[in-house]
Structures are given as C-alpha cells and as structure tokens.
Ligand binder design. Structure first.
Ligand code: PLP
Length: 393
C-alpha cells in the first residue's frame, strides 16, 4: 500500500552536513572502530545525562544482553517486566535463564505503576525492568530504595526515552543499569543502529566493557612483549560467560556526538506537536492521550492513543485511516502472546493475562509521528481520526 502519511521508519532525518563531517574525519581517522570518537561520544553522553559509566554499543538489545550477563542469573531467578513493551525489553533475560514475571499497566499512563511492580515482588526477584515506554517515565522511582533494600536490581529500558526526566533528573540516573537505543526510528539514530549502556558502579562497568569487545584483557604474563599473542589475552568473563562483540563503530560515534548537541531541540519539536494533539483531543471522551505522571517529563517519542470504543471496531478505524492515506501502527502486543515467551499455547492471539494490558492493546492506535511531520499534516491526521471515530457505529 502506498501511504500519503507513512508511519515512517526514520525518527530524525540526518542533516547533509553530517556526511561532510564524516568525510572530513575519514581523512585523519586511525581506526574505524574502538577509537577516539567512541570515547568522545561516551564522555559527552555521560556529561549530558549525568551518567557516570557509559559504554557505546551496537544496539539496545545487545546492551540488555550484556546487563543480563552481568546479573549472573541462576535458575529460579525472577525478572519483573511489563508485558506491554517491545520484545527486546524481556528476551535477553529469558535467554539468560531467568523466569519472566509479567506486570500490568496503569489504565491512564499505560506504564506499570509502583504498585504493579510491588505486587509481583517475591523472594526470588532478581531485578525489575522499568520501561519508559513512548518516552514517559512512571512513578516507580518512588520504590527504588525499598527494592534496593531487598537486593533487587533496577534496570531501566530507556530505548525510547533519551532526554526524558523524572523529578528533573535524566532517566537512567537512579538505576543500576540503563540502556538507550539509537535505532532508525528513535529520536536520534547513529546511522540506523546503535545504543548506549550506563552502569551504576565501576566494577560492573569494567566487566561489561571486557564483554563488549571479545573478552580482551591485558595479557599479564608477557608484559614486556606486548605483541604476544596479538596484544592481549582472551578469557571467559566471570569464568562463565563467553565474550562477544557488541561495539559501535567510529562513524556512528561521530554521528552520536553530533546529535547529542541537537537532542534538546529535537525533543522540543516533538513536544510542540504532541501538545497540539493533546489540545486537539482535550475533553474528548472517545480519544484519549497518555497521562504523563506528575514529576515526569517525556521524550515525546511516539503518539499513541487509546480509542474508547467497543474493541471489535478498532480494526475498522485502522482500515478507514488507511483509506485516507494514513498508516497507523498497533503497539505493543502483550509479550505473553508471543511464542517466544509461551511455548505451550498454540493459539496465543487471544491469550488474556493482565486486564489493563489486554484492554489497552485492543484499543490502541499509534499515529505517524516523526520530526519531519509538519503541523498542518499532523492536523489533517488528527482531524481524520476524529471523523473516523465519530463515524463508527
Ligand atoms: C522499549 C524498547 N526496548 C528495546 C528496544 C531495542 O532497541 P534496539 O533496536 O536498539 O536493539 C527497543 C527498540 O525498538 C524498544 O522500543
């Protein structure tokens, strides 16, 4: 189908000048990976978002793999994760052998609240995954100290939330680990893929750093002959985990540094459009925007809406939007309906486990929302949705 308003796979179109910067850098670069620009980007990211230990990586999913390894998960360990999120929030922990415990969401913020997390904590809880979905942090911060006193680690999936804040502090600031994504659709992208991990303590940081790049460690025996063998030793990490390669390359890092300086402006642009939509649907009882919790500020990554109509009509709404040239998306199928997370059930499409999660998925629609979308086009999209919903019987 050819849409006049596609959902768009690009969140921010790269400026032409970026390619001039890359061309210039190419003349003097000493390596294309693991070099000066990666360190520079990490330092700038740390400073901007007040995160002491950061590591640039190939994407957020691999960052969550690294974090899952660092947790040293044992059989029986439980990880609490919202079922309403993207699959990569959860599957790295499944791969590491944890049991995933799904938690529900609040019907207005569409995020788990502190009580949703607390209701799932048991003596086996190893960590919670806090996902700032659509770019919005929830009130779960208020229970971090309680969770820590129970030896539970806090992992923030900030893939969609660069620049978002809670109580005036950047997301990731209060957590044990956090991960950001620079995939193509995100508010900023390092050439289509990319990510950043932040780690709350120096010991985990050093371990994860080794794991990021093939397990290389300083060779202890032949220090006087550094070239023997190939400049470093290679080991398993924590004597258990095989190393991998999750590096970001130097060109991506240059783009990351460039975009860090633009990110505030990018978020402001998105915010003004998000507010336009919020004003447009103010007092509308059928079309509801996400509530942004008190003390939270969003990165305004997406424009999801909840359509308060009988569920069977939602497909008709998608079809009518298509007829008008507007490509909408349905995010996110409750993760327990995927075969990856439920081997046993054959027909998972209607599996119901968590009431707010199931209802929200039935009623949600995500509109095209990216930086280059101009306000007049957005107004057309909003007006079309209003007409379509009002015409539903
Ligand atoms: C909430 C969430 N977590 C994790 C990821 C994974 O990010 P990446 O594509 O960088 O691996 C995404 C990406 O879409 C996401 O939206």
């Amino acid at each position: 189908m050819n849409f006049k308003y596609p959902f768009s796979a690009i969140g921010h179109h790269l400026e032409d000048e970026v390619f001039d910067i890359l061309k210039d850098a190419n003349k003097t670069m000493k390596t294309y990976t693991q070099g000066y620009y990666q360190e520079k980007f990490e330092k700038e990211f740390s400073e901007k978002f007040q995160l002491p230990f950061t590591l640039a990586i190939s994407n957020a999913a691999s960052g969550l793999d690294l974090i899952a390894n660092d947790l040293e998960i044992k059989s029986g360990d439980e990880i609490i994760c919202p079922a309403h999120t993207y699959c990569a929030s959860a599957y790295p922990f499944l791969k590491s052998g944890a049991s995933i415990v799904w938690c529900d969401i609040d019907p207005k913020t569409w995020l788990p609240s502190k009580d949703h997390y607390l209701s799932k904590v048991t003596k086996n809880t190893k960590a919670i995954i806090v996902v700032h979905l659509y770019g919005v942090p929830s009130d779960v911060y208020e229970i971090y100290s309680e969770l820590r006193s129970r030896n539970i680690k806090i992992i923030e999936d900030c893939a969609q939330a660069i620049g978002a804040k809670y109580d005036n502090k950047p997301v990731g600031f209060f957590s044990d680990y956090s991960v950001f994504s620079f995939q193509s659709h995100k508010n900023i992208s390092t050439l289509g893929e990319g990510g950043m991990i932040s780690v709350g303590n120096s010991e985990s940081y050093e371990k994860i750093k080794k794991q990021r790049h093939n397990g290389h460690t300083k060779y202890l025996i032949h220090e006087d002959k550094y070239w023997k063998p190939a400049m470093s030793d290679v080991r398993k990490i924590y004597n258990e985990i095989y190393p991998s390669n999750y590096c970001m390359n130097e060109f991506q890092s240059i783009v990351g540094s460039y975009l860090i300086n633009k990110v505030d402006k990018i978020i402001k642009n998105r915010e003004s459009k998000w507010k336009l939509a919020s004003d447009f649907f103010k007092n509308n009882e059928k079309i509801l925007m996400q509530d942004i919790p008190h003390k939270s500020s969003s990165s305004f990554h997406l424009l999801p809406l909840r359509i308060n109509v009988i569920n069977s009509n939602i497909d008709q709404i998608f079809k009518d939007m298509c007829t008008n040239g507007i490509q909408c998306a349905k995010q996110y199928q409750p993760l327990y309906r995927y075969h990856l997370f439920d081997n046993d059930s054959k027909d998972l499409e209607d599996k119901k486990l968590l009431p707010n999660t199931d209802l929200f998925y039935d009623q949600m629609i995500s509109l095209p929302f990216h930086e280059n979308l101009v306000k007049d086009d957005l107004k057309y999209i909003l007006q079309t949705l209003l007409n379509v919903v009002n015409n539903i019987k």
